[in-house]
Design a protein around this ligand. Structure first.
Ligand code: AMP
Ligand code: MG
Length: 269
């Protein structure tokens, strides 16, 4: 079975996060071989991005969601390291600005969707509007509970307009989060990554698991599936995400456009 099939949340089924072990490393036996695999995948990803840019007929949108210290930043840094910045666009979604709050929740998202030829990466996304917003009751239940359908319709519309969407949830255990917070506390170069909010949010661990369970179950669709990546091991996480990206981009069967000149007749003097 391909790695992708193993980690995908089959549309119409429950994500069953509690049954998914964040510590497993299927298909990869150790750190060393995974790093080699990651290197191979990033090189292939660079070729595929070049093809995407040349073809200029479609866009690819990669969405990362995770709890604090789940590895969104690290995954983006490692997996996308071989990409050409021209043709790549990363957007990190924070607490909505005053202007963003005056619009519907998808307004800022739609503006950040990559254009054709581009690979876009979302560090957090519109899913925050059914996660943090739900956990902290920022809007009433009637409002956030409508959003699953709104998200599915929005993503369908994007797909129909040649945006390929790939969604990754980096699944870590509560123990692993504690370990990473402790590392960030003890490493002066990582202190800046911590905020009071991280420790506060940790108290809502179970609420977040429940909110993720619903989001992943209700919004894994045939057109925009969710992948749950066991992410307690960074080396596995990076190898798995890069592997799935390569596989998905290869499936697009992209082609270089026909030259606009008759190449064989041209002589350069
Ligand atoms: P970070 O990713 O650590 O820079 O933190 C960004 C913060 O913005 C997180 O605490 C998110 O939960 C928060 N955030 C992102 N999107 C939203 C949203 N739509 N509503 C409220 N908070 C959000
Ligand atoms: Mg944070």
């Amino acid at each position: 079975m391909s790695l992708r099939k193993h980690m995908i949340v089959k549309p119409g089924t429950k994500a069953r996060l509690a049954q998914r072990d964040p510590d497993i490393t299927p298909g990869f036996k150790d750190k060393e071989s995974s790093i080699k695999q990651l290197e191979k995948n990033t090189a292939r990803l660079a070729e595929l991005q070049y093809l995407l840019y040349a073809e200029n007929r479609r866009a690819v949108l990669v969405i990362f969601q995770a709890l604090d210290a789940g590895g969104k930043d690290g995954t983006i840094r490692h997996v996308m390291s071989g990409l050409n910045p021209q043709g790549c666009r990363v957007t990190s979604f924070k607490v909505p600005s005053a202007e963003e709050s005056r619009h519907d929740f998808l307004w800022r998202i739609h503006k950040a969707v990559p254009q054709s030829g581009e690979l876009g990466i979302f560090n957090r996304s519109h899913y925050e509007d059914v996660l943090v917003v739900r956990v902290h009751r920022i809007v009433p239940k009637e409002v956030w509970s409508r959003r699953y359908e709104e998200i599915n319709a929005f993503e369908k519309q994007l797909t129909e307009n040649r945006v390929t969407i790939l969604k990754f949830f980096l699944h870590i255990s509560k123990e692993e989060q504690k370990k990473r917070f402790e590392e960030r506390l003890s490493d002066p170069t990582k202190n800046w990554k911590l905020s009071e909010a991280d420790f506060e949010e940790r108290k809502f661990w179970d609420d977040y698991q429940a909110a993720y369970e619903d989001a992943l179950s209700r919004c894994s669709t045939p057109w925009a599936p969710w992948h749950v990546i066991p992410a307690d091991h960074k080396w596995f996480r990076n190898a798995a995400v890069s592997h799935i990206l390569v596989e998905a981009l290869e499936e697009l069967d992209m082609k270089f456009p026909a030259p606009s000149i008759e190449v064989s007749r041209i002589r350069i003097h």
